[in-house]
Design a protein around this ligand. Structure first.
Ligand code: ZN
Length: 135
C-alpha cells in the first residue's frame, strides 16, 4: 500500500451556505465545486489548498449519517481521507492486518473518486477514508 498525500479533510456542517463566509471571506479559499452525493444523503462543498482539499458535508436528510453525527457530536471534523494507489489491493492488505472495514470494496464518492471507509474503532477513533483517482 502506498499513501501519497492527504486527499481531503471532511467537516460536518449544518449548512454549507452559512460556512462560506468563513472559508471564503476569512480564510480566502475559493469553493470550486458543490455536489450532492445522493446515496450518502450529503451535499459537499470543496476548497483546495495545495494537493489537499477541505470537504464540507451538509446532510440532505434527517437519516443522513452526517445528520446523526452532528446530532451526537456537533459540527466539526468528521473524517480524514488519504489518497492511495490501487484501493482494492490496499483494502485487502489493511483487512489482513486485522483492521475493520466499513466498505469491503471501493465505491463511487464525490469528485469521481473511488472511496472506502475504515472503521474508526480500528483507527484510533478517527473515521478514515481511502481514495483512489480512477485511471
Ligand atoms: Zn471524504
Amino acid at each position: 500500500m502506498e499513501i501519497t498525500h492527504i486527499e481531503h479533510i471532511g467537516i460536518a456542517v449544518r449548512s454549507i451556505e452559512e460556512q462560506l463566509p468563513y472559508y471564503e471571506g476569512v480564510l480566502g479559499l475559493k469553493c470550486y465545486n458543490i455536489e450532492t452525493v445522493e446515496d450518502q444523503k450529503v451535499k459537499t462543498a470543496f476548497f483546495k489548498i495545495g494537493q489537499t482539499k477541505i470537504e464540507l458535508l451538509e446532510p440532505t436528510g434527517e437519516d443522513s449519517t452526517i445528520a446523526k453525527f452532528i446530532e451526537k457530536r456537533g459540527e466539526g471534523i468528521h473524517h480524514i481521507a488519504f489518497a492511495t494507489k490501487n484501493l482494492e489491493e490496499a483494502l485487502r492488505e489493511i483487512e489482513a492486518k486485522g483492521i475493520r472495514l466499513i466498505d469491503k470494496h471501493p465505491r463511487p464518492g464525490a469528485e469521481g473518486l473511488n472511496i472506502a471507509f475504515l472503521h474508526p474503532k480500528s483507527a484510533g477513533g478517527v473515521l478514515t477514508e481511502l481514495c483512489e483517482h480512477p485511471e
